[in-house]
Every structure is written in C-alpha cells, then in structure tokens.
Design a protein around this ligand. Structure first.
Ligand code: MN
Length: 457
C-alpha cells in the first residue's frame, strides 16, 4: 500500500519546510516537493504540520504502587498515547528487589504484548545490586534495552550510594545511559515526620515536604558521583531552577548530562495544592511535586536554549477514588498524574503558539532528541526515507479545550482541564497505517516492541 501526504509542512529538528511524504508499506520512501505516485492513496495535508510520531520515554502503565495499581494499563494507556500523537512509549520495567532483571522484563513484556496499540520499549529499573544484576545489565542491552532507571528516593526502589556508583561504573563499561530520579530521601522523611507531628496531614504538606533544594541536592550528589564514575546520565522529570543550576555546574566541569522535564512542571504551579477540597489538591500529588512560577519560567527558558533535551510525561494515572487513599495521611496518596494523551497539544499550545519555542524545538523535544537519546534513531523521530512511517498530522488552526469528558485516558480527571488548545491532533499514522482519525482511535493492539541501541545524541 502506498500513501502520499500532499501539501503539508514537514517539521524536523532543524526547521519546517513544505514537502510531500510518500509512504510505502510501513516505511517512508520519499520526502520532497511535488511528489507523485501512481495508485497511491492521497492524504490532503494543506494547512497542516507533519511531525514525526511523538515518543514518550517516561510512562508507567500497569504499575503496582503503594497498595494499588495505576489506572492505565498498556491497553488504555497506549490508546490514549496514540490519540495524543505519541506513536512510541518507553515504559519502566520494574523488578522488585531480589528479582532478576530477566524476571522483571518477562513481567513487563507480558503486560504489553498483544495489548499495546502503539510501539513500545522498556527501560530497566536497577533497584538492587549484585554480580548477577551487573551481568544481566549486559543481557538487557543485547535484548534491545540499553537504558536503565535508578532512584534516589522511595525505600522500595532506591540504591545505597555505593551501589549507585557501582551501577554507574557498569554503565560506563556498557556505554549505556540511565535516568535517575533525584530527590533527597532521608531529609524528605524527616520533613514528613515534622509535618505529621504538627498535625499537617493534608495534601498541602506534599510539596512542603519535598522542597526544591532537596531535588537540587540530589541532582548535585548524583552528578558528583557520575563525575567520579565518568559516565553521562539523564536527570528525569527535572522540576526546579535550582536543580537546573546543578546541571549547568556539571556541564561547566565538562560532564555530559541530559535533562528531561514534564508538562506538569511547565503548565501548572504549586498553588494547585492549596485547593480547599481534598480531592482538588490530592489529584495533583506527584513526585517531584509541582513547583513555583519561577521554576516553571526557568524550565521554559531551558527548553528554548536547548539545555533541556526532552519532554516526557511521567504518566502514572490514578482515579480520584484511588487518590482518596490519603484522606487521613498525605503520604498515602498514590503519586502520579496522567498526561500521555495531552503532551503534544500542551507543548504546541503553551510552547509554539505562545511564542516560547518554535516547531523545530517541539520536534526535538518530543521526537528527535528522544529517539537519539534512547537509541531508536533514525527508525523513529524523523520524517525521512527509510524511517518508520509514524506521522502526526497536526492542525494548528483548530481550537478546543482539554477536558476529562473527552479524553480516553482511564482516569476521571485531567490535570489540564479547561486549558484552551491551540491546534489539534488531526490524524496519526503508525507505521503507515491510520491509527487515529480526528479523535477516533482506529488502531488495534498491534504495537511492536522496538529493540533499541545506544544513544546517538
Ligand atoms: Mn516516573
């Protein structure tokens, strides 16, 4: 089957240009002006932007957390992803302490296989350390999982610093990357104890017990350990200006540091936690917490300057009923926000349409840099001959508003409720097949596991 996308504006990380795109089977075969193809199905793209399918490299589908399970699994989450223009997700496989990485990977493969509507890959969580895990890290790379995740908080997940160092050294040997969740766990625990002793048990205590300096301190500590291990790292979900300062300091020393942030840190501010109604505040509980307006502005500046390489969602959805679990104790609120369906429109609306970034930057942040950083370039992340025909047709002229009443994420609220959209996702093609047509998800559970190689960013 041949499809010719006529008359649109093709976006890449370098800029925009008017071009036609010819797709044969699941692959892009030509990009150029005035293309024609006998017998091809024609898709009129006049007035539309063509982005390479977005990649969301930070999702948590079907994850057990604190006595409950995320509301979205691979079936619902991947359909929502596609509807939002995301054609590839990279989720975190998370073995429990004591389990092998192979066992953790098998569990995640089982969660996704035959259910996922978009393409997918996994990062492997390193939450324990042994010779066996060190060896298995190499086996993960051989199986197309060259990226890892480590935590500096959460007792069930975090590694002692000596093991963090050992794992980083092993990554250096393998030439691979890890994302790291940076927050100072011990001081957060002390602040939580203070808040509870003072009877401050509501959601407003959540951001106050995880203040900005405790992200910056952990970023600094990680980057100093990475300096000694002599290895690049990725700071995931960076939320603060002070954390960004620590990244800048490490880069001035000559270190390679990559940074991801998320829509919640770009679109919202900490006043969400002051809502009088418990659920109105609890719905925004996530870690790191949503920060102040000055942090938000600093992150936008860093997106514009290229200091932040990618925007992912940290999609980790819980229903309002699940968020009730912390009614008597804010530390029992399951932490996480939905967003996998909203990211593209949010970044276009608050970024491109608002004049903060241009289309090329949006393409780098959502597609190109993620593909390069996470090792699936140029199969993904670019509209070019030979690449998978993952194409988002964006209509910048359409207007709408984000609302839970419309979304298909399996959650009964939307953190971005009421934000007026500039533009909509008109159509989404996954490997050459129409997967979403004006909000209707047509794709079945045909997402493929995408084996990845080493970073080329
Ligand atoms: Mn996460």
């Amino acid at each position: 089957m041949r499809t010719l996308f006529k008359g649109g504006t093709v976006v890449s990380g370098q800029g925009t240009r008017p071009a036609d795109v010819l797709v044969e089977g699941g692959t892009i075969s030509a990009v150029g002006t005035d293309l024609s193809a006998d017998g091809a199905q024609i898709v009129d793209c006049a007035g539309k932007l063509l982005f390479p399918g977005f990649i969301d490299a930070h999702t948590h589908f079907d994850l057990a957390v604190a006595g409950t399970v995320t509301a979205d699994d691979f079936a619902t989450g991947s359909r929502a992803a596609l509807r939002g223009g995301t054609t590839t997700v990279i989720d975190y496989a998370a073995p429990d302490k004591g389990e092998t990485l192979a066992y953790g990977l098998a569990k995640w493969r089982e969660k996704a296989a035959g259910r996922c509507a978009c393409d997918y890959g996994f990062h492997m969580t390193i939450d324990d350390w042994s010779e066996g895990i060190s060896r298995e890290m190499g086996e993960m790379v051989d199986q197309g999982i060259p990226t890892f995740k480590m935590y500096m908080t959460y007792p069930a997940m975090m590694l002692p610093e000596g093991d963090l160092y050992r794992a980083l050294k092993r990554l250096r040997e393998l030439g691979c990357l890890t994302g790291v969740h940076c927050e100072n766990s011990a001081v957060i625990d002390a602040l939580i104890a203070e808040a509870k002793a003072a009877g401050r048990i509501g959601p407003a205590s959540h951001p106050r017990t995880r203040p900005a300096p405790l992200e910056a301190e952990a970023v600094s500590r990680l980057l100093r350990i990475a300096q000694v291990a002599d290895v690049p790292v990725i700071i995931v979900h960076l939320s603060t200006r002070e954390g960004l300062e620590e990244v800048r300091a490490a880069r001035r020393r000559g270190q390679t540091v990559y940074v991801e942030t998320c829509p919640q840190y770009l679109l919202l501010d900490e006043s969400v936690y002051d809502a009088a109604d418990y659920l109105d505040a609890a719905r925004y509980v996530c870690a790191p917490p949503i920060r102040g307006a000055a942090d938000r502005d600093a992150l936008w500046e860093a997106l514009k300057s290229g200091e932040i390489q990618t925007v992912a969602t940290d999609h980790c959805s819980f229903t309002l009923e699940q968020k009730r679990m912390g009614r008597e104790d804010f530390t029992k609120i399951p932490g996480g926000l939905p967003g996998v369906e909203d990211r593209g429109v949010l970044l276009y609306t608050a970024g491109v349409a608002a004049g903060r970034i241009d289309e090329a930057a949006m393409c780098r942040l959502l597609s190109e840099n993620a593909a390069k950083l996470y090792g699936c370039w140029p199969r993904k992340g670019v509209i070019a001959p030979g690449s998978d025909a993952d194409i988002v047709i964006y209509d910048p002229a359409a207007e709408g508003a984000i609302t839970a009443a419309d979304h298909i994420q399996n959650v009964d609220y939307d953190p971005y409720e009421g934000i007026p959209d500039r533009g909509t996702i008109h159509q989404v093609y996954l490997r050459g097949t129409l997967a979403v047509d004006r909000g209707q998800v047509l794709a079945g559970p045909d997402g493929q596991f995408i084996p990845r190689g080493r970073s080329v960013l």
